[in-house]
Design a protein around this ligand. Structure first.
Ligand code: HEC
Ligand code: HEC
Length: 256
């Protein structure tokens, strides 16, 4: 009798425990994100979803790795982004991404248009693993002089400053940074290729980057750093490199 009652009590206890366990397991799998919340505790400030998103942005969408190294990938026009937390605060990095020219006057880093959410995600990714943002102030850097007024819209000067590292000084697609890219920069001196490109297409690629035209995301968007006159000067300069014109069919829409 006693053993039987004990059995009932024990069985009831096991059932309660089992119920409790399955309820909490159910919570852990709930779509509200128990799994993601758990991740969040393991990785400082970054969920695995956010990490995957940041990696996809860097790999497939943005031009950052055209100029910056990260791990064993990327160009060398800018400083490597590894260990960035030792050089600056997350706030300054975010500011550099949002507004390079306002953060570091005279920088050649062109602002890459992106939603605020993506900019924050990149910073969270680059600073992941860091317990708290450091507030060690960054040593002030000397502002770089802007181009003299008479060279501001000079195609050759602009090309040497912003394009030659990838496209090569003569536009052969062989700049010193080209080997660090997954695709060869377009050879602007290639008359055969360039005579198939309308001037408007070149303008758009320079302004918005090659990605929106179906090309490589490593070709940066310069439209927020260079104005219309400067981009037109670059299109004319590309025409001088290839010694060619746009296709006749594109002619009378009024190129640059
Ligand atoms: C055309 C090349 C270019 C592209 C594209 C570019 N950057 Fe930069 N970036 C630079 C250069 C050059 C500097 C160094 C500042 C200077 O001296 O002008 C820099 C500086 C920075 C800095 C400050 C780092 C430091 O140590 O001073 C951060 C952060 C940064 N870039 C992030 C990014 C991110 C993120 C992207 C993509 C959205 C990006 N950059 C795209 C060229 C580029
Ligand atoms: C970080 C390297 C890099 C820099 C800097 C760069 N480009 Fe590019 N650019 C590329 C790559 C790579 C491609 C090839 C894209 C493709 O073929 O998918 C490209 C493609 C282009 C195209 C598209 C050509 C076509 O096929 O229609 C134009 C136009 C162009 N770049 C102009 C410029 C100009 C002008 C500058 C300077 C203001 C510049 N690029 C700076 C890497 C760069």
């Amino acid at each position: 009798m006693v053993t039987r009652r004990l059995f009932v009590v024990v069985a009831a206890g096991v059932a309660v425990l089992w119920l409790a366990a399955s309820v909490s397991a159910g919570f852990a799998k709930a779509p509200q994100g128990g799994g993601i919340a758990a991740e969040r505790q393991n990785q400082v400030g970054l969920t695995s979803l956010a990490r995957a998103h940041a990696e996809r942005l860097l790999r497939d969408r943005l031009a950052c790795l055209g100029c910056h190294r990260l791990g064993d990938e990327g160009g060398r026009i800018g400083p490597a982004l590894d260990g960035i937390q030792d050089r600056m605060t997350a706030a300054r990095a975010l500011s550099m991404i949002r507004d390079p020219a306002g953060t570091l006057p005279g920088t050649i880093m062109p602002r890459q248009p992106m939603p605020e959410r993506d900019a924050r995600r990149l910073v969270a990714y680059l600073f992941a693993g860091q317990e708290a943002p450091r507030d060690r102030p960054l040593a002030p850097r000397p502002a770089r002089p802007d181009l003299p007024a008479d060279q501001r819209a000079d195609g050759a000067t602009l090309y040497a400053r912003h394009c030659a590292a990838c496209h090569g000084p003569e536009g052969h697609g062989d700049g010193w940074n080209a080997p660090a890219l997954p695709v060869r920069p377009t050879a602007h001196a290639d008359a055969d290729l360039m005579s198939r490109r309308p001037d408007d297409t070149l303008f758009d690629a320079i302004a918005a980057g090659a990605y929106i035209l179906g090309g490589s995301p490593r070709m940066p968007a310069f439209g927020e750093m260079l104005d219309t006159d400067q981009i037109r000067a670059l299109v004319r300069y590309i025409r001088s490199l290839c010694a060619c014109e746009q296709p006749a069919w594109a002619g009378d829409v009024g190129g640059p």
